[in-house]
Write a new protein. Structure first.
Length: 301
């Protein structure tokens, strides 16, 4: 994932992740108001607070489409609920979280017939939805197999700060791990045979099937705010977390944005995403990439 706040009281920051299934060491924050912009570690749960907050921001995340109709949103373990043009949607901060979630949302399916797509989404805050952000989609495209495995959104931070001498592209050395259980959490009612694990290979389907690919079914009557908090509470319990950490948002003095974003902020958002499109990342090198359909399948080595 990549997130950039837009004109928030001079305390703007960016957050990026490395596509590693580690709730403690995957996410990093860089504060723009610092002269020396060293990446600082930030937890998965702090990232959740920032994404759902109503501060104006641009966001790069991922979503999952499968050939299984009517997958129920209640089965997701690593998906996160947001509002996209007031409609609820399940997104993932990294492709690895979507791949790990297959073991829960697609438990028991025939692997040989299972097909899926992972899309990268470029979002920006449209306005407020209650006390949360309501996003709109700027772009989306399917990831190739290699990208799903090796996507690293640090490249976006490196592009943003390419000319800033105070930015350090070097990652801090790993700190000693805490006593928390940061291995993959255990959940009840987990299928004994994992659809995706360390032995799985991700391959691209050369012959495109005629099947319809759909998003996770949330349901019109579902209270996604309650569902999201329940999922986060369950994840904290599985990880053995009992203490709430101090949120990054406290630095913003309870920022409250009124109504729609100003034209200036909308322009800032567009410039932000244009930078990605002009960068040297493989995501935007190929003309017409957004129209290319990439369907993936899993095989065991």
């Amino acid at each position: 994932m990549f997130l950039e706040t837009l004109d928030v009281r001079g305390k703007d920051f960016i957050v990026y992740s490395r596509n590693v299934f580690d709730f403690e060491r995957n996410f990093w924050i860089v504060r723009k108001d610092k002269k020396i912009k060293n990446p600082e570690n930030i937890s998965f749960f702090s990232v959740c607070d920032i994404v759902k907050s109503n501060i104006p921001k641009s966001l790069v995340v991922y979503r999952l489409l499968t050939n299984i109709p009517n997958i129920n949103a209640h089965s997701t373990k690593y998906g996160f609920f947001i509002k996209v043009e007031t409609e609820p949607e399940v997104i993932y901060f990294d492709p690895i979280f979507a791949l790990k979630d297959l073991n829960y949302i697609a438990a028991g399916v025939d692997t040989s017939k299972f097909r899926f797509r992972i899309q990268q989404l470029g979002l920006t805050t449209l306005n407020k939805y209650g006390e949360q952000s309501n996003y709109t989609i700027i772009y989306n495209f399917d990831l190739r197999a290699k990208e799903a495995k090796h996507q690293d959104d640090k490249v976006f931070a490196d592009a943003i700060f390419a000319l800033d001498e105070g930015y350090s592209s070097q990652m801090p050395k790993s700190k000693k791990r805490s006593s928390l259980k940061w291995s993959e959490p255990e959940f009840e009612n987990t299928s004994s045979s994992a659809l995706f694990d360390k032995k799985s290979k991700i391959n691209e389907v050369k012959t495109k099937p005629k099947e319809y690919f759909s998003k996770v079914n949330i349901g019109s009557k579902s209270n996604t705010d309650v569902m999201r908090e329940q999922k986060l509470k369950m994840l904290k319990k599985a990880l053995g977390i009992t203490i709430n950490e101090e949120s990054v948002l406290q630095d913003l003095d309870n920022f409250n944005e009124d109504g729609n974003l100003s034209a200036h902020k909308k322009k800032s958002s567009g410039d932000f995403l244009d930078l990605f499109k002009k960068s040297s990342t493989t995501n935007f090198k190929t003309p017409g990439r957004k129209d290319e359909s990439v369907i993936l399948k899993l095989t065991k080595s």
